[in-house]
Every structure is written in structure tokens, then in C-alpha cells.
Design a protein around this ligand. Structure first.
Ligand code: GAR
Length: 207
């Protein structure tokens, strides 16, 4: 299956996906990496791995329509069947969501629906978790719909927030979990094991 990864930043989740593919744990190909940020580490990782690395930003286009057309044409040209957001900080236009129904995934560094939504990304999330004083946090993989951090939940894993955690120490432990569960969640989609019914995501049994 051809996958497109959309990423805005350093790209450690992209790296975890590529490692899972190399190790034979995930039978898929990252055909293209798209970033709104020309300096994204994710674009460098893509190039180093011989993957097409595209900088596509809304600012390069005079209309939303042209912007969406460009992204869709790059995806279609590579027969992309699944879009994986890995630290992508822009909203996915509705036309793309309609073209890829239940086929766009996102990873969020908290247990949704807590600590999600506009402005809740990266370190902001871990700061908010610590400021609120919750005792557990974690990682959520969900299907992307038209609202930020809102679509049906595919997988979650919780970890404890320790009394002496700082946003940085928490981010480090959460990121480790992200790198473990994102390839696992993607695998379920690649293997066609996911059934979506409204907000409910069910995983088909092995037999
Ligand atoms: C990850 O922690 C990811 O969960 C988060 O951005 C980071 C990207 O790191 N995404 C969000 O906050 C989305 N709301 P990476 O570039 O090293 O994969």
C-alpha cells in the first residue's frame, strides 16, 4: 500500500514508520512526504531515504482550490491509499477528507478528547497536562475528520504523569509510545482490519 506522510516538524514519527517498514513489521511504502514547512526535518529524512519530499504550502497558491488540486494530484500520481499525519500542523481541507474517507490518520500526544483542539500541539499539550494536574496522559491515534483532533479513535495508550515530570520529560516518554503505536495502528489499516461505524472503530479478528 502506498502511504503519504504529512509532517510539519522534526519527523521522528516518520522515522519510526520507516523503521517499522525496514524491519518488516509494516508492509507498506511511504511514497511521498508532504510538508507545509520547507525547513521540516521530515523533508530531510524523506530525501535521505530516497522518498519524494514536497514542500506544499497554501501560501504558494492563489486559491484554496488550486492548493487542494495540487495535493490531490500528487497523491493520485502515486496511487496513495492512506494519508498519515505525523506532527502536521495544518488543517486538512474537506475535499481531501472526502477523497480519503476513513483513510487519513493522525497521532496526538494526549488522551483525546482531553487536551486536543486548536493550539493543542507538541509541547503545548504536555504543558497543559501538567498544569491541569491529571495523573495519566498518553497517545491517541484517530481518523481525521473536519474538526481538529476529533475523528473516531483507533488506538490509545495511557502512561502515568509523575509528580516530578516537566513538559520535556513527559514529552519524551509520550513520544516513545507514539513511535510504538503509530506503526501498529497503520498496520491495521494496511491489512484492511479496520471497520468504522459512526464514532466506533472495530478491529477484525485474526480468523
Ligand atoms: C508528536 O508528538 C505528535 O504527536 C505531535 O507533534 C509531534 C511531532 O513530532 N502532534 C500533534 O501535537 C498534533 N496535534 P515528530 O515531528 O517528531 O513526529
Amino acid at each position: 500500500m502506498n502511504i503519504a506522510v504529512f509532517a510539519s516538524g522534526r519527523g521522528s514519527n516518520l522515522m519510526a514508520i520507516l523503521n517499522a517498514i525496514k524491519e518488516g513489521k509494516l508492509n507498506a511504502k511511504v511514497s511521498v512526504v508532504i510538508s507545509n514547512n520547507s525547513n521540516a526535518g521530515a523533508l530531510t529524512i524523506a530525501k535521505e531515504n530516497g522518498i519524494d519530499a514536497l514542500h506544499i504550502s497554501r501560501k504558494q497558491f492563489s486559491s484554496d482550490e488550486d492548493y487542494v488540486k495540487k495535493i490531490l494530484s500528487e497523491l493520485r500520481a502515486r496511487n496513495v491509499e492512506l494519508i498519515v499525519l505525523a506532527g502536521y500542523m495544518k488543517k486538512i481541507p474537506p475535499e481531501i477528507i472526502r477523497e480519503y474517507p476513513n483513510k487519513i490518520l493522525n497521532i496526538h500526544p494526549a488522551l483525546l478528547p482531553a487536551f486536543g483542539g486548536l493550539g493543542m500541539y507538541g509541547m503545548n499539550v504536555h504543558k497543559a497536562v501538567i498544569d491541569y494536574g491529571v495523573k495519566i496522559t498518553g497517545v491517541t491515534v484517530h481518523i481525521v475528520d473536519e474538526e481538529y483532533d476529533h475523528g473516531p479513535i483507533v488506538m490509545q495508550k495511557a502512561i502515568e504523569v509523575k509528580d516530578d515530570d516537566t513538559p520535556e520529560t513527559l514529552a519524551e516518554r509520550v513520544l516513545k509510545i507514539e513511535h510504538e503505536i503509530y506503526p501498529e495502528a497503520i498496520k491495521l489499516f494496511v491489512e484492511g482490519k479496520v471497520i468504522v461505524s459512526g464514532r466506533k472503530v472495530m478491529i477484525k479478528n485474526e480468523d
